[in-house]
Design a protein around this ligand. Sequence first.
Ligand code: C5P
Length: 402
Amino acid sequence: MTASVKPRLLLGLSGGIAAYKAAELTRLWVQDGLDVQVVMTRAACGFITPVTLQALSGKPVYVDMWDGRVGNNMAHIDLSRDRAAIVVAPASADMLAKLAHGLADDLLSTLCLARECPLFVAPAMNRQMWEHAATRRNIAQLQADGVFILGPASGDQACGEVGLGRMLEASEIAEDVLVELAQPKPLRGKRVLLTAGPTFEAIDAVRGVTNRSSGKMGFAVARAAREAGAEVTVVSGPTSLAVPRGCALIRVESAPQMFEAVMGEVERCHVFIGVAAVADYRPSAPQAHKIKKSDRTMTLELAPNPDILAHVAALPRAPFCVGFAAESRDLDRYAQDKRQRKRIPLLAANLVQTAIGSDDNELVLFDDAGRHVVARAPKLEQARALIARVVELMAHGAIAPR
Ligand code: C5P
């Protein structure tokens, strides 16, 4: 899958309370422009009706092996032939057992056996069923067979018990499948370290200096790097966003903490991308307790923060470094100047007016070959274009030996 190609998916539901999450999963994928063909087992129809899934997917839902609507009457073969993957969510203990043993006694299990495409399963069951030796064996067998196992998560269960066996949330399954299916994977075996979000520089116990960066761009770059096959570590300042899936996350607050966290990881990484809006200054003498109000004018003394990106770029065995520049005017001039001053091969510049907090962005990439505009698009599309450029430049030899 290239950045703009949307895989066609077959979503299979087996019987479980988590079937309601499959409705949300269908909605998310369809909203994202994907074509989703839904197949349900009879047991799944006891939890949610095909009518709901048909309305959400915009396509007829198949349940019966002998459904005559498929032209050659071979639903069990034809329905998966134009699909990039089959995703079974929820995958009940019974369905996992069938898949592990190659049983094919209904449409969904037969489709899985007759498929040519990858298979993903999102287990959903009571914790005792998940922990049972038979399920452990079946999961091990499925893994050995190359099936992708998504989750399960731990937490409250519909039966009132607490433990492992909850199906992942729809958004998590949606993302994990698309990241895995994304092709090509030019960064497989490479480690990417990136900073994201704002930093918060304490003034006292409750107040601080910060900025309006949301972390969205950094998290989008993390996902794009994952799609390209990289192992990703994110050092993030305070943000309310969900943790990027499949990435190691180090949460920090201030620029000095971000600096320390980056220095602890940088030796191992091949690529460093500074997406964070690092505060340039911090209060020189933060107070441990809340500063009390008075009538007098107050002066806050600020000390410069370490420039993390410049420091990493100047390391003797520096990784391939990418910087961001958020400017409110004279984008080209400031961006070019910044790239040269920090001695980095690639810099992505954007106007703060269009970038901060928004879901869309317009990036201009600067490197030795010149300037390249990535037209306004969602931040994930922008991030993919940036990663594609990183890969191109690294292919020309700019890769740190690790
Ligand atoms: O100099 P300026 O802050 O505009 O540079 C922006 C770029 O440098 C971004 O990539 C940002 O993450 C990085 N930076 C940094 N440490 C700082 C300031 C900026 O890593 N103290």
